[in-house]
Write a protein that binds this ligand. Structure first.
Ligand code: SME
Length: 143
């Protein structure tokens, strides 16, 4: 649909803006639940190195944990977290922020950093606000 196309363009702008303004964001992208298979996250627009994780079962990864809890997950040391699915050996820390539509998780913003413990409460506030705006946008543009 036309609104799906423009939502992808919005997501593209968001990842470009975040990654250009925030140098500790080494990989910045979206994973969205597959509308035909709610047990799987699908890679969306991103800025950074290509990742082997194009589809992630919601039972796996830091990404899956954020879907399961519906809450932001911050991991200061990814190599110490058994849930972590590696995208790059350079990644040291990660934040995943779910996006809700009508109270349900529909996807998430995922950021990796090459710095350990890179993500603070300020990142959490910024990214949760961004996720809220995107969720509100989808609520207003879906029929
Ligand atoms: N590290 C994520 C997988 C996605 S890559 O970071 C882009 C995870 O553990 O779920």
């Amino acid at each position: 649909t036309a609104s799906a196309v423009s939502f992808q363009a919005l997501q593209q702008s968001v990842v470009e803006e975040l990654s250009s303004k925030l140098p500790h964001y080494s990989w910045t992208g979206f994973y969205m639940l597959d509308p035909n298979d709610s047990g799987t996250l699908v890679l969306g627009p991103f800025v950074g190195d290509p990742t082997p994780h194009v589809r992630i079962p919601v039972t796996q990864g830091i990404c899956g944990a954020a879907v399961a809890t519906g809450e932001t997950v911050i991991v200061d040391d990814v190599n110490a977290d058994p849930r972590y699915l590696s995208c790059s050996i350079k990644t040291k820390s990660e934040i995943v922020v779910p996006i809700h539509v009508h109270g349900k998780v529909i996807g998430e913003i995922d950021i990796d950093s090459h710095d350990p413990a890179a993500f603070t409460g300020e990142d959490q506030v910024l990214l949760e606000e961004t996720a809220r705006l995107l969720g509100d946008y989808l609520e207003q543009h879906s029929d």
